[in-house]
Structure formats: structure tokens, C-alpha cells
Design a protein around this ligand. Sequence first.
Ligand SMILES: [Zn+2]
Length: 211
Amino acid sequence: MGPPGAGKGTQGELLAEHFGIPRLSTGDMIRAALDEGSPLGERVREFYDAGRLVPDDVVLDLVAAAFDRPEAERGFLLDGFPRTVAQADGLGALLDARELALDAVLSLEVPDEEVVDRITGRRVCSSCGHVTHVRAVEAGTACPECGGELSQRSDDAPETVRTRLAVYREETEPLLAYYAKQVGLTAVEGVGTVEEIQGNLRAASDGVGAT
Ligand SMILES: [Zn+2]
């Protein structure tokens, strides 16, 4: 868990690799379902094409399908899901039905100012997709990888980031208390280099799944 821009994707991928388990993110599941064109994918497409948020029951069906794939047999890491208490209740039911339980819930802690700086400073290359930060490149220069044009995604504009953070605080943050009570919650320092933060996450999940 963690606010937008906390590095959940990058860190989750590294941590999943460390444990030899798949990282399950709902964004990836939605994209994969759209690509597959399965019946579930068609349901996702209805909402996606209408520019609407994919509803919880469809998201939970996607998560259930991911749990039942052979890759997930030894475990899985959920990234950015659940986002609301309703989704967490749905997840609980899916796990109960499979006689599974969460081993750990990690919360990547990043202060608001740091989140805003990270996201609003993000620049993406329009040619190769390389992602960098304004401070890492000289003003007005091109992509260090391919020389393409760097620009800011509309999602990364300051007012959009403030809105995303407010949604996180209102809808997702209550889950921290929810899981603190149910499973136990480990807060992890989310500021530092990628390696430092990964070290914090591994230390916090030491012994998880060792049974
Ligand atoms: Zn580039």
C-alpha cells in the first residue's frame, strides 16, 4: 500500500522477484484482460471504452482469475489493490474461499510534499517512453536515452496530483487501520534510493511465507 508516486510498481516488482512470486496489479490485469478479449475482458472493455471506472465486482473477478493461475500457486504480491474498504472486504472473501490469508501488509510511507515533487517533476519521452525527473536532466534538453522530446503527462500536473492524493487519503488510507487490526501492518520508510527502499521492504517482510 502507499500513495500515488510512492514507488509501489517498481518496488513491488523487485520484491516479487525476490520472493519468486508474481506481482499482481489491477492496472496490469485490466490491460491483459483487454488484450485477451476473454468474456471477462469484454466486460472490462464496456467500462473502459465508456471512460468509466471498472466496478469492484469486475475487478474482483479479475483478481480471482489471477489467484487461480498456476504462477500464483506459491503466493503473490498485490500491488495497489485493494484501494477501498469495499474492495478489501471482497478480497477477504476471495481469500477465505481459497483458504488463503495475507501474510503481511506493507505500507510505503512517503510525505505529501515528496509525492508531489516526484510526480510533478516526472518527464516522459514521447519516443521511447523513458521516464526521468526534471532535476535529472538539464532544462530544455532531450531524452538522455534516445534524444526524443520530454513532456509531462496530464495525469502528473500539480492539480491532478493533489486530487489523486486527496482520493488516496480519503478512500485508501482507512485501509491502513483496517489491516492493522486484521493482519498487522508494517510501515516502511519510502524515501531514499530504490535500493535503500527495497532493503527496507525486504527487512520488513523477512520471514514472510517461510512456513
Ligand atoms: Zn527517449
